[in-house]
Design a binder for this molecule. Structure first.
Ligand SMILES: Cc1cc2nc3c(=O)[nH]c(=O)nc-3n(C[C@H](O)[C@H](O)[C@H](O)COP(=O)(O)OP(=O)(O)OC[C@H]3O[C@@H](n4cnc5c(N)ncnc54)[C@H](O)[C@@H]3O)c2cc1C
Length: 338
């Protein structure tokens, strides 16, 4: 007999981790399956960035936040499968889900699909001068700010991630230079206003070529091209940060009784309570799309609570619609010595 779980969470990011905690709180046998070798999801892309917008939580770095989130997620001892990629999700006639991965199969009464944008990889810079092997001062993700101290840093990109990084470098880097192919930066207004105070911004500009030293495996200069008049300028750099978005691998084969509704061919269409077209399958976090969806950490938490409550009701239709408050839970009281 296979080991059957009440709830299996695909994805160990913020939505999956909080679902794990809440599922334990509701007394369900829970498993998390995560492709990466560590939990935390995309917050791991910004370990030193401060997160300011979680209710009641003083500003906290991504790294510290993940540590807290993981500790909370493990409160009720869920099973955690790391380095495991879900490749097929199959709904059986009896309503049980068979979850096939690269390392074996898992069985569950309900599934919380919390895959964020799928398995994400930063889009690589593909211009002359960038060899296949890594260059030591070319960064796609910023894991530590200290390496940029007193350095001349060029950031390529105009979205939230690029501008966030350029802003975090204020007071650390000697010079911050942002280049973006568009006419206007697409990051949040307040971030852009802050940026203009300390960085040199060059719009309608792309990186045309990179000049690297073969021996040191470091970029020495970049050649910028104006997209309007094609003119070129050479700029000496200590570090180049490229933030051109992410490739998202969501190549799961769905063998379900109905099509999963998709928004923009990608996001899973749900109700505000995370219910998908398939009974017993719920979607939480960035992957879920419904009117009023908040694509932030706080949105992940709300989705997680809804998904777990709906999973509980799927398994036990007579169960309470919501959990008791956590301070009444014996395990939580012991863990936090309340
Ligand atoms: C640079 C940046 C800065 C941000 N700053 C803030 C901020 O300041 N405040 C804020 O509230 N939000 C911020 N956000 C948004 C926030 O990080 C996301 O809303 C949140 O992390 C989404 O969590 P998630 O669990 O839905 O998805 P993710 O964190 O993407 O987690 C999904 C997980 O699923 C796994 N997975 C995917 N497919 C499979 C598969 N087939 N098999 C197994 N595992 C799989 C992935 O490996 C990943 O670990 C920021 C985002 C970025 C990119």
């Amino acid at each position: 007999m296979h080991d059957l779980y009440d709830v299996t969470i695909i994805g160990g990011g913020a939505a999956g981790l909080y679902s794990s905690f809440y599922s334990g709180l509701r007394g369900m046998k829970t498993k998390i399956i995560e492709y990466q070798s560590s939990l935390g999801g995309k917050v791991q892309l910004f370990p030193e960035k401060k997160i300011w917008d979680i209710g009641g939580q003083p500003p906290i770095t991504g790294d510290a936040f993940i540590k807290q989130l993981i500790a909370q997620a493990l409160t009720f001892n869920p099973t955690v499968e790391l380095n495991t990629k879900v490749v097929q999700l199959e709904e059986r006639a009896d309503g049980i889900f068979d979850i096939h991965t690269n390392t074996g199969s898992h069985y569950s009464k309900t599934v919380i699909f919390a895959v964020g944008g799928g398995i994400i990889n930063p889009q690589k810079l593909s211009v002359d001068g960038v060899p296949k092997a890594d260059l030591k001062n070319l960064h796609y993700v910023v894991r530590s700010f200290e390496q940029f101290r007193d350095q001349h840093v060029v950031v390529s990109g105009g979205g939230n991630t690029a501008i966030d990084w350029a802003n975090e470098l204020k007071g650390i880097a000697k010079e911050i230079h942002v280049v973006y192919r568009g006419e206007e930066l697409s990051a949040h207004e307040s971030q852009v206003t802050f940026l203009k105070d300390h960085a040199h911004v060059q719009l309608n500009t792309t990186i045309h070529r990179v000049i690297a030293n073969d021996e040191t495996r470091a970029i020495e200069k970049i050649v910028l091209q104006n997209t309007i008049d094609q003119s070129e300028t050479e700029v000496a750099v200590d570090h180049l940060i490229v933030s051109h978005g992410f490739d998202m691998d969501q190549s799961i084969d769905f063998k379900l009784s109905k099509e999963l509704g998709r928004v923009n061919d990608f996001y899973v269409e749900t109700t505000a309570q995370t219910v998908t077209a398939i009974p017993g399958l719920f979607a939480a976090g960035d992957i879920a799309s419904y009117s009023g969806k908040v694509n932030l950490l706080v949105g992940c938490f709300q989705d997680a609570v809804n998904a777990v409550n709906m999973a509980k009701l799927h398994i036990e239709p007579q169960a309470n619609k919501t959990a008791m408050v956590s301070s009444h839970n014996e395990r939580v009281q012991k863990t936090y010595a309340l």
